[in-house]
Ligand binder design. Structure first.
Ligand code: ADP
Ligand code: MG
Length: 309
């Protein structure tokens, strides 16, 4: 079948997605918005990971850049062999068609309303030169993979929201791209349906080795992926990693780390900053195996310095 084989282990473990000190500045007539400010992110080939963060933190900006729909202002961004900062417009078109699949939040934006589920999945393949027969066979296979073999003839309006998103995943995977991006794909679904959709992503990831990046503000995603990266103010701020612990009985551990970027910067979570009243400066002290961060000590006396002499 026309399926991607599980990713072969490469000798050099270069990340599939590599972003370093990435900036995106939107310029409008009156103001400039810095949507990404020095973002670092690495994603392994075959990984399924999620990006969470408050509204306005730059998640969609990052995903649109990864999808080749927009170009960054400065920094480094590589996907596979491609440098997305310097690539030509022509090459970006090719990239969008064959190297990356995209699922939007708005169910209506993913599908053509007057075509059936089957036909929706066939369209991208026919545009890429597949024969009707090839397109038909792969669309049937993908409908099966997303759990909807009996809905092939239904038009989008004859499908539930969750079913529409599953067809949308089929459309995104039509040309067998190595990378699948989804921007709030479950934003319009209830939590049980959302979980089913996340389950489909997971099965496809495990079955075909496709790399998946999902943007969501649903923290429940932590249960479905190996790694969650949190964004704040246009940068990655922390990472939640799940792994199986073998010591002291097999159990799953969820750990949250602060991200240290390529310049050694890290963000102190806002609640810690507030609780310790850390202002513009903090004192760092190196111990044997850790660093302590303390708020700047208040001045001992508040009388003017000239009087203390
Ligand atoms: P998120 O997806 O995390 O909610 P976005 O990436 O959409 O965040 O937006 C990040 C910031 O960039 C926001 O301040 C937003 O207003 C701004 N922004 C996004 N798109 C544009 C645009 N096309 N023009 C100007 N500002 C934009
Ligand atoms: Mg968004």
């Amino acid at each position: 079948m026309l399926t991607r084989a599980p990713a072969a282990p490469t000798t050099v473990e270069a990340p599939y997605i590599h972003c370093e000190d990435l900036f995106k500045i939107y310029k409008t007539e009156e103001l400039e918005v810095v949507a990404l400010r020095g973002l670092d992110l690495q994603v392994r080939q075959g990984e399924m990971m999620a990006i969470i963060g408050a509204s306005g933190s730059g998640k969609s900006t990052l995903l649109n850049i990864l999808a080749g729909l927009d170009q960054p202002s400065a920094g480094k961004i590589h996907v596979g062999e491609r440098d997305l900062l310097t690539t030509t417009q022509e090459d970006l078109v090719r990239y969008r068609r064959t190297e990356v699949g995209f699922v939007w939040q708005q169910t209506g934006r993913n599908l053509i309303p007057y075509l059936s589920a089957q036909q929706n999945i066939e369209v991208p393949m026919i545009l890429e030169g597949a024969t009707r027969r090839q397109a038909h066979a792969r669309a049937s296979y993908l409908l099966e993979a997303v759990g909807l073999p009996d809905k092939a003839k239904n038009r989008p309006e004859q499908l539930s929201g969750g079913e529409q998103q599953r067809v949308a995943i089929g459309v995104a995977l039509a040309n067998d791209p190595p990378l699948l991006l989804a921007d709030e794909p479950t934003g319009e679904l209830d939590s049980a349906t959302a979980d089913q959709v996340f389950g489909v992503f997971r099965e496809l990831n495990e079955g075909t080795g496709v790399t998946i990046v999902i943007v969501t503000h649903d923290r429940a995603i932590t249960q479905r992926v190996d790694r969650v990266v949190a964004m704040r103010d246009g940068r990655t701020s922390s990472e939640i990693v799940r792994h199986v612990q073998f010591a002291r009985g097999r159990g799953e551990v969820v750990e949250e780390y602060a991200v240290v970027d390529s310049s050694g910067r890290l963000q102190i979570p806002r609640d810690m900053v507030e609780q310790l009243q850390i202002g513009r400066r903090a004192r760092l002290e190196l111990s044997d195996d850790h660093v302590e961060v303390r708020p700047e000590a208040p001045p001992e006396r508040d009388e003017p310095r000239w009087r203390r002499r």
